[in-house]
Design a binder for this molecule. Sequence first.
Ligand code: MTE
Ligand code: MO
Length: 549
Amino acid sequence: MKIKYVGRGALIGAMSTAPQIAVMYLGKQIAALPFVPYDFFDWITPRLPGPVITFGIDRMIDGLQLLGLDVAATAKTAEQILAILIYLLLGTLAGIIFGLVLNRLSSPSGWSAGWLTGLVAGSLFGLPMTIISLGSQEDGANAVLAVPWLLALFLGWGLLFCEAYRRLSDEPLLVSEPAEGGEIRSVQVLNRRQFLISLGASAATITVAGAGLGALLKRDEGAGPEANPTSPALLTEDTTRRILPNSDDPVVPAPGTRPEYTPVEDHYKVFIKLIPPDIDGAAWRLPITGLVDHPLLLSLEDIRTRYPAYDQYITLSCISGDIGTTLISTTQWTGARVQDILAEAGVRPEARFLHITSGDGFYETVSLNLIMSDERILFCYDWDGDPLPVDHGFPLRIWIPGRFGMKQPKWITAVEVTSEYTEGYWVRRGWDEVAQVKTTSVIDTVAVDAIQNDGNERRVPVGGIAWAGDRGISIVEVRVDGGEWQPAQLRAPLSETTWVIWRYNWSFQPGHHLFEVRCKDRNGTQQIERRSDVRPSGATGIHQREVNL
Ligand SMILES: Nc1nc2c(c(=O)[nH]1)N[C@H]1C(S)=C(S)[C@@H](COP(=O)(O)O)O[C@H]1N2
Ligand SMILES: [Mo]
């Protein structure tokens, strides 16, 4: 009996929630109105214990890899789908709970005010959701429109839910039309069935139409910095004909090696929110406050023009990437030295740390000792000669050589100079405090379709990357089928802070083979061969590739 009620509540809950999601999505695409499934997901994830999130992320990455998908490109989409499913589940759960309550209330008079019950149910579900959603909106989001919009959507949800529940209940719950005659029961059953079918059909129609229209109207999410360029001159630079500093190097990458310079649109992306903050570059100001003699309030133009600009080819990598990860990319970064900006602010002697906060709620603490000992640390505003893309931290992000991405905030909104240490966003969730990158090497290709004849020998180009952050790479070695380690050729890197492309010409033998690679950093320190997991300090181990020839 109870099971039946639970099932009914779940069904109607889901049927009321699906079209609501679709209409919300439409509102988001047309008028940038709040989309509660994303807001709820972004609200709940930082409140879950760190291991739960990282476990979820790991399983998702595993799943995507199992499906043969490019993790860097699909992780966000998968997360967004997950957010929608979670919200649908929430609506289903609300349906179950309200359904059970309604059954309790369905004593003779309890139902006479069906619409009132609907409004109450809608408010009970909608009020917390509205508060969460409004709390997550960026400054400037239109609350004047958002509040009535969400109110209408949730009251509508409650009315639809209660009306459908009443109509589908076995007992004639609403007594305003008393049953007459003997065959009324079968008529009711027929009505219920018809009603269920038409409810399902309308829910499906609204869902499909809303989602489809929404997808059609999808606002161009990448339009941010391009839409209001702060430095038009830089946009005219032709980046397709960029001449790389090592273009005359004799070591040619083995065919199938990843591009040495990652096209910006292919650069891996990691961020905590489902949708990155879209900051207005013209209105944005960076406050530098705390233990300084002269607090600063800098515009993007100030940072571009008041301090010398430095270009640096940089490889960035995510600590959550396993051995052979795709969460690593290389581009040219441009910015001002953090040392130069702090010199103008005048850091007081008792200051020890920079506390950096971001537009998406991310935060990280950087030690002043580190900053004062490394002039290369930059506040960056350009990538590949153009303003940072929205996804990559427009208008400003920091670069700290030799550290994983998790220590390097994007979308910086404030810098406070302090004497107090506070744990950064991911440190608080159990990841390494220092997050120094691990020395790593990867086999990208065993290019059997590019065999070269070298005298009597047939040689197969094998190649990939090696990386040790700013520690550089001195040696890469390859071994086949557990034999001797053989040195590979190294291509000059784009800079001392990028990966190195290596190549090894292996003399062809048919059969099944195991290829392995290892490397040493510039100091001669061997990469750690022992296998360890990504958490908490980044993966170690030897990358392998099996090939059937
Ligand atoms: N504000 C903010 N900064 C952030 C993050 C974030 O979620 N929010 N993610 C960090 C992590 S974990 C990584 S790996 C890098 C990724 O930078 P990218 O997306 O530009 O490649 O940004 C770092 N900076
Ligand atoms: Mo990361």
